[in-house]
Design a protein around this ligand. Sequence first.
Ligand code: C5P
Length: 247
Amino acid sequence: MSEQTHKTVIAVDGPAASGKGTFAKALADRLGYAYLDTGSLYRIVAWATLERGGDPTKLEDVKTSLPLIKFPLGPEVLKNEDLRRPEVDEAVPKVSAIPEVRAIIRAYQAAFMKDPPGNAPGVVLDGRDIGSTIAPNADVKFFVTADAEERARRRFEQQKDSNPGLTKEMVLKDINLRDEQDRRQAALALHPASDVCVLDTTKAKPDETLEQGLRIVKAKLSVNDNSSGNSSVNKKKIAPKPPGFRL
Ligand code: C5P
């Protein structure tokens, strides 16, 4: 049984290819917290629906994939490379627009926050609606962003070897389309709320962003860095949460 009744929650939101996943994962590692890439849950539903030949816009087709979202899922499921295929990229905003899908994934996220793997003292969740909907009382909220051109450049660098026909223009078009689809959903915060810390990664290296984030976390909570590899987190909060601020 968990010794703590409250787990520290860090919300990391932001648009596609903003660097939020890299930041959130590294932050969780340094703090000894459990990490959840919530986009991968939506991707599992989209991928499984396509595998069955279903239409990702139709609830009756998508419904059969929902039992897959059973807590806890192992890394072999969450990190499956197939979830990053271009056809999944295209289908995922369609399944994520279905309220029944969001409800199931919301329940998964609640279970993760309550009972994190390894009984970690805290969790870092990355996604689109974490600070606004999933964990509105999160201890720290980040919004990680970057210019669309820079996000497209990064995605292009990641994908060009596996997809020789790809151009930067195609990737930029896809990023703009995904931003537009995400923006159409009221639940998905593509703009930071007032109580979040904005990290603009356009010109920053991943380790600079991580250090900025850690400084913010340390200022808000009394936590020990895990850079030595020893997980140690002091859950005692030293001060009430300050109002949100921009860097
Ligand atoms: O973060 P990632 O690019 O993997 O997210 C894929 C898609 O999943 C997003 O474009 C969005 O449509 C959906 N998503 C969501 N809510 C989240 C995370 C992702 O609707 N919390």
